[in-house]
Write a protein that binds this ligand. Sequence first.
Ligand code: ATR
Length: 287
Amino acid sequence: MHINGSTTIVGVFGAPITHTASPAMHNAAFGALDMNWVYLAFHVEAANLRTALRGASHMGLVGINLTIPHKILALDGIDEIEPEARKLGAVNTVSMEKGKLRGYNTDGYGFIKAVKEDFNLSIKGKRVLVLGAGGAGHGIAVKCALDGAAKVIVANRTLARIEPIAREISGTKTEFLALKLAAEDIRKVIHEVDLVVNATSVGLEEQDSLGLGADLFSPRLHVYDTIYRPAETELLRVAESAGAKVANGLSMLLHQGAKSFEIWTKRKAPLAVMRRALRAAIYGEKP
Ligand code: ATR
């Protein structure tokens, strides 16, 4: 990497931000395509998001990813928001063009590509159970409906948080059901779903448990966990022991990043290079 006066800068804003693997993924891509671009991580507090975005734009940065806690906040600090990002309730990618901030959501796209790649599963006509109704759960549940899922069930510890998702999905043809996130409630519906997605933060810590036993799962189920660190959550372990097909969130991280890359650079993302860089950064594998 040779940084000089004409290096194009992109990056990610978050708080905390030190654990992000996105710089490794994007800088590997720039290197592979011999582009004079660099991707940096910036610690930006929620209260400073608007000024930081404007400042970045004035400084000539051309793109920013947003992560915790900015994805939802960014909805009202941006000049133009892609309609899908509005529906998914979050902006994770901003492009700066001619002083204008444009907001996109590439997480939904990343999720759809991930289940296609990991399970060869297309969401159209499928029945999906989403665990969690925070930012991630909202985006995935609504994206499934937009992509033609036959049914979306959202289970969350706090039922009231499901309401905005229900409202958004009510405008689509997809059937919708809200549930309490508890084994006995899940048991009543799991036989009718094709795909289970964990979009809660439960699993990030070693000792975390959603309390869903192996008896709930079967070999015809696909179980996707948006968590990628640790590589195998308790949910994936339990589901796999029951014969279900399982995958973790690395593929979603990869594909949302690839889409951001393509929005900013207008070039095709080098997926294999980006995946290797992610695996090296997150799991310590040799790139
Ligand atoms: P994100 O943007 O990553 O989705 P979030 O908006 O904080 O983060 O949402 C976290 C999700 O994990 C929510 O669905 C949350 O459930 P509540 O809405 O009831 O808070 C879920 N979650 C976090 N800790 C949980 C726990 N111990 N048990 C069950 N669900 C939990």
